[in-house]
Design a binder for this molecule. Structure first.
Ligand code: TLP
Length: 346
């Protein structure tokens, strides 16, 4: 296949800021954010809080920091967090809950990323001197490792009632909540209303180079600001980055529908190619997980051969690879990617 462009489908984090986004960054009015003096950061935090229907937001460098600042601030050492086995907090955050906050993470079985309220309730510890205190429920929407699946709003509501009954903190890793919102039409603040805290990323599907926000009550976010400093995340003239986030929020949310269409196209065309399968039910947003029959080809070989044809994807388990069409991906790129895969598995 002739290639003049690398088609990078490894993640929606690989996007590069557009000239317009760079202009917004260059023109940002800045100040020292540790003093609370950066007007652009303050504006970003106000916009994100307002969109999610929360009192306040905190700008942090990464989604990992947003989740971890939250877990630290909402717990005591030795507490327990309930999460799905396949969630980002367990699989990709370098054991941070244990290392930074002294938390026990209790992995719960999920179905395509969705934990039921019953499973949560059954796993809450009794109040007993021997047991950790179950303190936090952390959900992920959309769910990355499950293939971009979306939590049904009724399930979230049921989980919230269980959490309230047992005085548990409700946290949402909403790195890609934008995608759930665009795919379902459910408002961001409706999703957020079931949670005490929600983290969202600006550097994934929305195309900003850096940045996430943690949202919650003003009182909680004030405490979280102190935790961010503790974790080394106090930043100075960071309005340059916040400006990219504002640009992303103003311009790049509604267009996520294109990424979803591209993901669907990839999934439907890759599913059923020799040695490949995709669970089409899980393809609900911008992520496509392809299962590779290990008797036909190893994941490493698949990735290398495809890279040789100018198309990049990542390993997502011993027999799985992930494709994530993003802001820099066109429909034509997806057609080329499908043709490249057909050549290597054909
Ligand atoms: N996910 C990355 C990798 O870490 C796997 C990706 O390429 O998808 N929550 C969710 C649901 C995420 O998918 C990610 C990043 C994060 C949190 C962490 O965000 P960052 O990378 O900004 O720390």
């Amino acid at each position: 296949m002739p290639n003049d462009k690398i088609i990078d489908l490894r993640s929606d984090t690989v996007t590069r800021p557009s000239p317009e986004m760079r202009r917004a960054m260059a023109e940002a009015v800045v100040g020292d954010d540790v003093f609370g003096d950066d007007p652009t950061v303050n504006r970003l935090e106000a916009i994100v809080a307002q969109r999610l229907g929360k009192e306040a937001a905190l700008f942090v460098p990464s989604g990992t920091m947003a989740n971890q600042v939250c877990l630290y601030t909402a717990s005591d050492r030795g507490d327990e967090v309930l999460c799905g086995t396949d969630c980002h907090i367990i699989n990709y955050e370098v054991a941070a809950p244990a290392v930074l906050s002294g938390l026990l993470v209790h992995p719960l079985p999920d179905n395509k990323g969705i934990i039921s309220a019953k499973t949560i309730e059954e796993n809450i510890r009794p109040k007993n001197i021997h047991c950790p205190r179950t303190a936090i429920v952390a959900l992920e929407n959309t769910h990355n490792r499950a293939g971009g699946t979306i939590y049904p709003i009724d399930t979230i509501a049921e989980i919230e009632s269980v959490a309230r009954k047992h005085s548990l903190w409700m946290h949402l890793d909403g790195a890609r909540l934008w995608n759930a919102h665009v795919a379902t039409g459910i408002a961001l603040d409706k999703y957020a209303s079931y949670f005490d805290t929600v983290s969202v990323c600006l550097s994934k599907a929305l195309g900003a180079p850096v940045g996430s926000c943690l949202t919650g009550t003003a009182d909680f976010i004030e405490k979280a600001r102190r935790t961010r400093k503790l974790f080394g995340g106090g930043m100075r003239q960071v309005g340059i980055l916040a400006a990219a986030g504002i640009y992303a929020l103003e311009n790049n949310i509604e267009r996520l529908a294109e990424d979803h269409t591209n993901a669907r196209y990839l999934a439907e065309n890759l599913n059923g190619m020799p040695g490949l399968s995709v669970d089409l039910e899980t393809v609900q947003s911008n992520i496509v997980i392809v299962n590779i029959d290990p008797d036909k080809m190893t994941v490493d070989r698949f990735i290398d051969q495809l890279a040789g044809r100018g198309v990049l994807c990542v390993a997502f388990g011993p027999t799985r690879v992930r494709f994530v069409p993003n802001l820099d991906t066109t429909g034509e790129d997806c057609r080329k990617a499908v043709a490249a895969v057909a050549e290597i598995v054909g």
